[in-house]
Design a protein around this ligand. Structure first.
Ligand SMILES: C[S@@+](CC[C@H](N)C(=O)[O-])C[C@H]1O[C@@H](n2cnc3c(N)ncnc32)[C@H](O)[C@@H]1O
Length: 218
């Protein structure tokens, strides 16, 4: 297994959104955060020999990170076609030969059912979902978690600071166990016209959740 530092270096070439859409909360997951999550997931045996699905893949950052750790299959899903074009270009930039399926879809729709080509694979979801911060839609990430619970055996997700009680009650209701949680802060460069400062510090929390969705197992 390569080091976390070398993974971060590989991911440093991933380009951001050309014209980020505020309503989709589009911003690049920083390479150090992506490398950290993928490295931990790999140490937990959640990447190799699995299907990895990146919900709201955007620039492809998390899917591309996973590609360096040899999963059986990788699927990146986003509802924005132009984001998927950037993800494809980023795939060339990082220079990995692993096949990645880039899928245009709304991950919050219940009909979502990604076709895994490795039928018996365990599924790991990685995601940095919209927080709902701009529109007062507190816990917009709930819909992403609902999808993760339906399709994944385990998920790694980034949430805004102060999400612990929401995550705990959601996981208790839906059926699962939060096994790991850690804080991650990063600097986000100015994205939108209404951002006053050149950069802002964003405090987030990352959760590893093991899902026990009974519908999926039937
Ligand atoms: C915070 S960005 C993270 C993107 C990605 N992880 C990256 O580092 O580039 C959230 C992403 O979710 C996507 N998104 C928002 N709502 C979505 C939905 N309902 N279905 C699919 N993708 C969605 C956005 O287009 C955006 O790319």
């Amino acid at each position: 297994m390569s080091t976390k530092a070398s993974l971060e270096t590989e991911l440093a070439v991933v380009a951001g959104f050309n014209s980020p859409q505020v309503e989709l909360e589009q911003y690049l997951t920083p390479p150090e955060i992506a490398a950290h999550i993928i490295h931990i997931a790999d140490l937990q045996n959640d990447i190799g020999d699995r299907t990895v699905i990146d919900l709201g893949t955007g620039t492809g950052m998390l899917a591309l990170g996973a590609a360096f750790r040899a999963p059986n299959q990788i699927i990146g899903i986003d509802r924005d076609r132009s984001a998927l074009q950037i993800a494809k270009t980023n795939q060339s930039r990082v220079g990995i030969m692993t096949a990645i399926e880039w899928v245009l879809a709304d991950v919050t729709q219940s009909f979502l059912c990604p076709q895994t080509t490795h039928g018996n694979d365990s599924v790991t979801v990685v995601m940095n979902p919209p927080f709902g911060a701009q529109h007062g839609q507190k816990h917009a990430d709930r819909a992403f978690l609902t999808t993760a619970a339906q399709i994944a055996d385990v998920s790694y997700s980034i949430h805004n600071s102060g999400s612990q009680s929401f995550i705990e009650s959601f996981v208790a209701d839906v059926g699962g166990t939060t096994t790991h949680a850690f804080e991650a802060s990063f600097n986000l460069d100015r994205q939108y016209e209404f951002h006053a400062a050149e950069s802002a510090n964003i405090d987030t929390e990352v959760y590893r959740i093991e899902w026990t969705d009974t519908d999926r197992d039937e």
